[in-house]
Design a binder for this molecule. Structure first.
Ligand code: C2E
Ligand code: CA
Ligand code: CA
Length: 470
């Protein structure tokens, strides 16, 4: 039998059956519907239903084919994309908006790459672009840049304006022969690096990334037992008033790794956040800091850092209340330090949590003030008790013209909103003098004391830091 395609689009199957006694019986059957169904199934197997883009399996086939069939001067490049902030959109506006956003992202990606490359959806909020073209690394970089820029323009989805970002990892045969699987792996590794370093950008794979990734994975695994093995500790750094009187201590996590030695919180906190361990660590730090502080003189406060991740869901308020109750520390002696990135996520829910925390009687400080874009607008929406001017401005005091202006502006702002203004990272007398002169209320930095174990705090004894020695 064979099928005959008619000019009007119908498909007719013609079957000839030999009839006993000689001769043929021919049957014609209209198989148009069946044929369409088969094509749909074939399409579905290779395409993503939501966006209509080639799916992971089809992209792999296309990369395979490109690697096998390319000309000698052509390079195959794979760009792996991951949307930044997509989960928040889904959580905030619901899946219908999330789905529509993904469709629009697909369209914008096609627009960004034009006919020069193939766009696919790998699943979730992951997309890929494959390009097979005459060798031209700068062209790939330009393509990645164009995509990042285009996707940064807010989307209009079902009446909401939603903003997301994109991280892109790039792998290419420009640097040598590789398999499809290796291209994909390298693009993933490069993507991971972009995400780890603040997102919203692109990077080419670099062999050094493998070692780095290896270390992060290992640290993430080791972190799981760090708490139970007693490898984590809190160190305390003094915070003083402008006249030098001791006001508080900031609790800072320390990890003594059995093989790596001391690992900086700057390195392991992001890993703890990415591997879902920060809640456990954060709850522990809160409980521990409150317990330590309960033994100090009653006019000394303790400041504890919170990760934005701890604001997702509603466990935090209960954890804080629990830490206070268990230690007997009065709420007004606990201060929570929060970076503005906390407020970048779901606004309404975060503000509600901040208000509930405040209702417990604890105070709040905006950490790393001046480093984000939106500090100012957030200060209008939530009444922080304190702002901590980021150490980068303090470091440049006296050297970089803009720094003292920022300090002055922050102090002015603090006065307007009735907030305490603290400057952190104070290392020299010169910096301290400028800050006092500008009107800073509180200072913190190596000049006044480095973070140290609770047992070594000034005037420490069984009762903790004492006034006499301060
Ligand atoms: P941060 O909250 O901005 O903490 C200030 C950092 O500056 C600390 O680094 C502190 O040791 C350092 N520092 C203080 N004074 C000076 C100075 O005069 N000069 C210089 N160069 N540095 C100074 P550390 O302890 O390495 O902590 C780094 C970051 O890790 C913290 O930044 C905070 O974001 C995070 N972190 C630490 N402990 C915790 C925690 O318990 N929970 C959370 N979520 N994050 C934490
Ligand atoms: Ca802090
Ligand atoms: Ca800070």
């Amino acid at each position: 039998s064979h099928t005959c395609d008619l000019p009007d689009g119908r498909a007719i199957a013609i079957v000839h059956v030999a009839v006993p006694g000689g001769g043929w019986l021919g049957t014609h059957e209209d198989v148009t519907e069946q044929r369409r169904a088969e094509q749909r199934i074939a399409h579905m197997a290779g395409h993503d239903a939501l966006t209509g883009l080639p799916n992971r399996a089809r992209m792999q086939e296309r990369v395979d084919a490109a690697l096998a069939g390319r000309a000698a001067d052509e390079a195959v490049s794979v760009l792996c994309l991951d949307l930044d902030g997509f989960k928040d959109v889904n959580d905030t506006y619901g899946h219908a908006v999330g789905d529509e956003l993904l469709r629009q992202v697909g369209l914008r990606l096609k627009e960004a790459v034009g006919v020069t490359a193939l766009v696919g959806r790998l699943g979730g909020d992951e997309f890929a672009v494959m390009r097979c073209a005459p060798s031209h690394p700068a062209g790939i970089a330009a393509l990645a840049e164009r995509i990042v820029r285009l996707l940064r323009v807010p989307f209009e989805v079902q009446g909401h304006e939603v903003g997301i970002g994109t991280s892109i990892g790039i792998a290419t045969t420009e640097t040598g022969e590789v398999t499809t699987a290796e291209l994909q792996r390298r693009a993933d590794v490069a993507l991971y690096q972009v995400k780890a370093s603040g997102r919203n950008g692109w990077r080419f794979f670099d062999p050094a990334m493998d070692a780095d990734l290896q270390r992060r994975r290992q640290l993430g695994a080791d972190l799981r037992s760090a708490l139970t093995e007693g490898q984590l500790d809190l160190h305390y750094q003094p915070i003083v008033a402008a006249d030098g009187a001791l006001r508080a201590f900031e609790a800072l996590l320390r990890w003594r790794h059995p093989r790596e030695g001391f690992v900086s919180p700057g390195e392991f906190i992001p890993i703890a956040e990415a591997t879902g361990q920060i809640r456990r660590l954060g709850a522990w730090a809160l409980a521990r800091a409150c317990a330590d502080a309960a033994a100090w003189p009653p006019d000394l406060k303790v400041a504890v850092n919170l990760s934005p991740v701890q604001f997702v869901g509603d466990a935090l308020v209960e954890e804080v209340a629990q830490a206070l109750a268990a230690s007997g520390l009065p709420a007004e002696r606990l201060e929570l330090e929060i970076t503005e990135s906390v407020l970048l996520q779901d606004d309404a829910a975060t503000l509600a949590i901040l208000h509930r925390l405040r209702a417990l009687g604890v105070s709040t400080a905006m950490d790393d003030f001046g480093t984000g874009y939106s500090s100012l607008s957030y200060l209008r929406r939530f009444p922080f008790d304190k702002i901590k001017i980021d150490q980068s401005f303090v470091r440049n005091l006296g050297h970089e013209a803009g720094s003292s202006e920022i300090v002055r502006a922050a102090v002015g702002l603090g006065k307007t909103f009735g907030m305490i203004v603290l400057a952190e990272g104070v290392e020299t007398e010169e910096q301290a003098a400028i800050l006092r002169e500008a009107g800073c209320d509180e200072l913190q930095g190596y000049l006044f004391g480095r973070p140290c174990p609770v047992a070594e705090l000034r005037g420490s004894g069984p009762a903790g830091p004492g006034r006499a020695a301060a």
